[in-house]
Write a protein that binds this ligand. Sequence first.
Ligand code: CMP
Length: 143
Amino acid sequence: MAVERTLTILKPDCVKKNLIGEVTKRIQESGFKIIAMKMTRLTKETAGGFYDVHRERPFFGELTDFMSSGASVPMILEKENAIADFRKLIGATNPAEADKGTIRADFADSLGENIVHGSDSVENGKIEAAYFFAESEVVANRS
Ligand code: CMP
């Protein structure tokens, strides 16, 4: 299996609930290597840029309001089969449909406030990682 990278964001609900440590522990114990990490507060505009593909959706305003409502923690994760394995670890987008024991089933309140983001493809993972991190901030790229 190929080593892949995925971009995750510990969303404002994760930070407000003091779950950064718990969620990061689950991520690391599942074999993901954190190769870039920062804490930031998105603006409505930067959240909109990140979720640009959803701009025409009815929930776009709600999504960008929520994502700019507090601090969040983007990370680049590396692992074999990272895209699919991470989506398995976090569970379905809607926590009501997420498998038992997944991060969203355990901690998320709603479809809109679902604790974490995970890239849906290797290609989007690259685009999303570049949205938050310069090459020089990715430790795996430094000697
Ligand atoms: P995420 O995986 O970060 O990607 C897009 C986000 O949009 C998704 O998680 C949800 O949090 C959010 N989202 C998707 N559908 C809806 C919806 N119907 N109402 C509110 N938020 C949504």
